[in-house]
Design a protein around this ligand. Sequence first.
Ligand SMILES: [Ca+2]
Ligand SMILES: [Ca+2]
Ligand SMILES: [Ca+2]
Ligand SMILES: [Ca+2]
Length: 408
Amino acid sequence: MISKKKQIKKSKSFFLDKFPIITIILILGLSVMFFFIVINRLPLDFFSGNSEIISEQSDDYDLYFESPSKNQEFELVNFNETVPINIKSKNIEELDCNIEIYINDKLVKTLEKESLDFNWSPSTTDSFTIYAKIIDPEGTPLHTSEKINFSVNFINEKPTESTTQADVDIEQKKNDILSKANYRTQNANPIFSYRCYTPPVIDSNLDDWEIYEKFTSFNPTIKKENYVNASDISGVFSSCWDEDNFYFFIKATDDVINQPFSGNLINNGDSIVLVFDAELEEDFNIPFLNGDDYQIEFSPGNNSGGGPESFVRWPSNSSLKNAVISAKKGSGGYTIEGSIPWFEMPKMDIKDETVVGFTISLLDTDNLDSTELVMSSSRSFDFNNVSMLGTLIFIDVGDIKENTETTQ
Ligand SMILES: [Ca+2]
Ligand SMILES: [Ca+2]
Ligand SMILES: [Ca+2]
Ligand SMILES: [Ca+2]
């Protein structure tokens, strides 16, 4: 535009010498008219790129995805598993707005700007594109994020025919709990533990876990520079509960099973650690372990053929006398299935909708004689800092065995 004006100025002085002023005005008028006709006919993009980008540049809002990352591949065990969606925002603190999430150009969720995390349940093995929009109260998009491609691969199950009413109700119940709960959203996506109506048999047969949600998104947390790939150490975790016990299983993938120790040393070999903060809300600002916290380790058994073991690192420094544990070691990994009676964790007063601090960590030792790498269900983990814990939510959605029978 500037060069055009300059040109017009030049021509103006040139014309002034030879033609009457009226001709100049006529030419100027025609040029202006012609300019606006051209602008109107060309698509807007020709001049500005995109109308939304104008507002983005002027206001400097931004949204970016922490999860999924670009081209991330999610391997899900079954349809109870979800893809964690975590979004970070920039410069929208003062803005009156909501955030819309689109997957394959379909609106899947509208989030409040304060909590930009949720779990998305894909229904099929596929590739997806996700993006988010900042929407003002009138519904006008102010900014659109970068598009992120990711893929989902269901390892085991065939897709269910359709979403049952029960699934819808469960999602609704979860969302209601999350909207009321006070938990550390930044640490991890909450994990749900379903009430069981038929307790799993603790026998290293994992069939009884099919109906429960599985967690697989472990992050390297301690000595993470040693992380190589998922066959070095990764895992599938699930849990459920009833009035008497907390039940769990872990299926650890581990290229080298090495547990030289037993007793209070098991955390130096291949083992898992469960940490619970029973009074999450009350202890929100207390980073150290206190009287309502439990740090419990499990070993699949040592190298000399000893059976599975537990050790309560906090608060008691002893084994869990009344826990039932079954473990199986194989090539490429091990499983631990267990039940812990609630009376071993007396501060865990668990009922429907109880929210506690929780992280499960996989401790991997391959060739050294102490832990080489820790993978955790929270984004960061420290044995002595409960403020890094993620969240476990106990939920009663009825006898889900009955609900799923109709779709199988
Ligand atoms: Ca079992
Ligand atoms: Ca390993
Ligand atoms: Ca505590
Ligand atoms: Ca190992």
